[in-house]
Design a protein around this ligand. Structure first.
Ligand SMILES: [Zn+2]
Length: 399
């Protein structure tokens, strides 16, 4: 009985505003997380996506893809995320599988687990140039992919007290389908670039390091992120040279991948068309993979982002799901906590045709409205806030 009374007493004290534990930090102007989230801006985010679309669909193994890597690299340096570094690898496409695209049949099983429900429309990759009505864009996308050496760029915010540990924030910069890859994955690439810009500001300090990685060759089977894992997993946490305080590959604490952030118009309608507007219930989908060896830790990371969304995202909520699949966080998922951030669940929703622009000539900047871009901005607010908290971000005063 006494314990009960004591609890009620504490509750009353809190209601009077005594202890500050219940205060909403998001309304506190001194909250460093709020300060950095407020540095995100819809027009800036859109401008970064627009900048990426000047390279067409940025298909891997082409001049337009290499030009896009150089442009991203130059932008990151402009933001002060220096030095930029590159992973080099070789991509040789596997022999064509005559059964590709077949075999799933009429099953309700979604890729990555989970069930397909409701109305569906077919999905696939457009390979027909004539389906792109814009002649200039068709010409820009005309050069075919050639096997051979590839590069992808990353830069790092070095932690001030724990430079030997880092979070990895990723998106893939390559696309295909004869459009502008504006959503897939210009939207995720721009999000990561915006975070790199904000964390690189001279007055932002973080305890732990953060690496911003723009993977290449995602669309051919996650080859760029796999190359990174293969080349660097055994370098983690090593000080090189000893005593230098430099860690070329800080220990990986988590990997957060961003892929297709803009379009949540809901399920296809019974006649196979889509709603014209972003649905009012649109959300940011945070997925971990329940069959991965780090499932429990990955789930905890997903909830960190969900909590950050509740506190700091301006418009759209976030939902956690357990079927992360087909994304650059996959090569990391048995080693470290790894999650994906998306407009929809990849397996059960995008796999059922919820994004009709996916790998199509219609994935161009002009397709999307501000309500669409705003979903991407809310995903940026979510990831930025979570990573700011996890990395121990503070703002230096008097700059
Ligand atoms: Zn993608």
């Amino acid at each position: 009985m006494r314990a009960g009374w004591a609890l009620i007493f504490v509750g009353v004290m809190t209601a009077w505003g005594g202890p500050l534990t219940g205060q909403d930090r998001s309304n506190n102007p001194d909250d460093p997380i709020k300060v950095v989230v407020d540095r995100l801006d819809l027009e800036r985010y859109k401008a970064t996506i627009k900048g990426l679309t000047q390279f067409g669909d940025r298909r891997q193994g082409t001049d337009r893809n290499r030009a896009a890597v150089d442009w991203i690299d130059a932008q990151l340096r402009l933001y002060g995320c220096t030095p930029t570094e590159r992973i080099e690898y070789v991509y040789e496409p596997p022999p064509r599988n005559p059964n590709a695209g077949r075999g799933r049949g009429n099953t309700n099983a979604a890729q990555g687990g989970g069930r397909l429900r409701g109305y569906r429309i077919p999905t696939g990759v457009n390979t027909d140039p004539m389906k792109q009505p814009d002649e200039k864009l068709r010409a820009l996308n005309a050069q075919p992919s050639t096997p051979g050496p590839r590069e992808e760029v990353y830069c790092t915010k070095v932690g001030s007290t724990h430079p030997e540990e880092m979070y990895i924030v990723g998106a893939h910069m390559d696309g295909h389908g004869w459009g502008e890859a504006a959503n897939d994955d210009g939207s995720g690439t721009a999000l990561v670039m915006e975070l790199a810009r904000i964390f690189s500001a001279p007055d932002v300090k973080t305890d732990r390091s953060i690496r911003f990685a723009l993977w290449n060759n995602e669309e051919t089977g996650l080859n760029g992120s796999r190359a990174y894992v293969d080349q660097r997993k055994d370098m983690q946490g090593k000080e090189v040279p000893p005593g230098s305080g430099k860690y070329p590959e800080p220990k990986w604490l988590g990997m957060i991948q961003h892929d297709m952030m803009l379009f949540d118009h809901g399920m296809p309608l019974p006649d196979g068309t889509m709603r014209k507007e972003q649905r009012l219930e649109a959300d940011v989908n945070l997925e971990f993979q329940r069959s991965s060896m780090q499932a429990a830790q990955a789930q905890a990371l997903a909830w960190e982002l969900e909590v950050a969304n509740e506190k700091y995202a301006s418009d759209y909520p976030a939902a956690v799901g357990s079927h992360m699949t087909n994304t650059d966080s996959t090569p990391f998922m048995d080693l470290i906590p790894a999650i994906s951030v998306r407009e929809n669940e990849r397996g059960t929703q995008i796999g059922a045709g919820w994004d009709p622009q996916w790998h199509q000539p219609t994935d161009v900047f002009a397709t999307y409205s501000d309500a669409d871009f705003r979903l991407g901005l809310n995903a940026a607010q979510t990831s930025l806030a979570a990573i700011a908290k996890l990395s121990g971000a503070t703002i230096r005063r008097g700059q």
